[in-house]
Design a protein around this ligand. Sequence first.
Ligand SMILES: Cc1cc2nc3c(=O)[nH]c(=O)nc-3n(C[C@H](O)[C@H](O)[C@H](O)COP(=O)(O)OP(=O)(O)OC[C@H]3O[C@@H](n4cnc5c(N)ncnc54)[C@H](O)[C@@H]3O)c2cc1C
Length: 311
Amino acid sequence: MSLSPIPDALRLALTAVRGAVRDHVPLAPSSHLRIGGPAQCLVEAATEQDVAWVVRACREHGVPLRVLGGASNILIADEGVAGVVLSLERLNRVVRDGTRLCAGAGVTVPSLIRLSREQGLAGLEVLTGVPAQVGGAVAMNAGTREGETFDLLESILVVDRDGELSELRRDAFQARYRDGGLAGRIVVSATFELREDDPRAIRERFETYLRYRNATQPITERSIGCVFRNPPGDAAGRLIERAGCKLLRDGGISVSGKHANYFVNDGSGSSAEFVRLIHTVAGRVADNSGVGLELEIKTWDVRGLDEFMAP
Ligand SMILES: Cc1cc2nc3c(=O)[nH]c(=O)nc-3n(C[C@H](O)[C@H](O)[C@H](O)COP(=O)(O)OP(=O)(O)OC[C@H]3O[C@@H](n4cnc5c(N)ncnc54)[C@H](O)[C@@H]3O)c2cc1C
């Protein structure tokens, strides 16, 4: 991949960031799939103001900016990612106010579920088994059959494309299935309105949901969740299974035997193999059932998948 250098003026602007700025940082270790080349420049924001500053600076200098959450829904190119990747991992504070929890975008959903349970606050356990950060869960409106992120939100603190910070109520967003409707805004924190409940009752629900997730999805393996969107009135996993693709393999990537809409990495896989398996599986589904599958996962600098992008 040929990269345009990061302009010196942007480098200078980024020296004002209180977090860290590093070049050529491997992204695979941060990715749930353990795949992906380096970020040309990785910025770890330490404050909300850092986020606003980085947005303004990248915009001014015309450099692409991508926000990294838990990377549990992104396929990252083996060759790496051009421009600036912004990590919000350091925005990891949680503040309680009555039955509300305000969590920084970098707080992991599993840790927030644990904390809320310990505090006797119910609601978040519907997201059991989702390995996201709070920002990524809001951006994707992550959900399960028990409920979704936007059902639990009161308000979201965002940075918009102009680098302005504002707190918006949840009804300011047009959230849909697996899409928070952020329109390019970056989530820096989210306030969840929960309800009081007995921690033991919350734990019981959590364990029930976890048992179900474990039985039906490969949640302990390296994946990026459901690869394809469910076509109207059907389930992509069912179509993939019907096309005989369960356990189909390309190098280190295979179709999960537990849930055919998950592709798992045995530790030796690459983004290129993941892409080839998408083509093979989608081709077999098209031949078998006539359905053209579209991708649910996000891709960063990955080539050869245009035909599977939702319009
Ligand atoms: C084992 C497994 C199980 C899963 N189960 C489910 C499930 O049950 N339900 C479900 O909905 N999903 C599920 N997923 C998919 C994934 O966890 C969700 O899509 C999740 O919301 C992604 O969050 P993330 O923090 O990992 O975001 P990432 O994957 O890092 O990013 C996803 C997108 O959100 C953007 N983004 C990230 N953070 C922010 C931010 N702060 N502000 C603005 N944009 C941001 C990114 O730029 C990217 O476009 C699963 C994934 C795995 C690996």
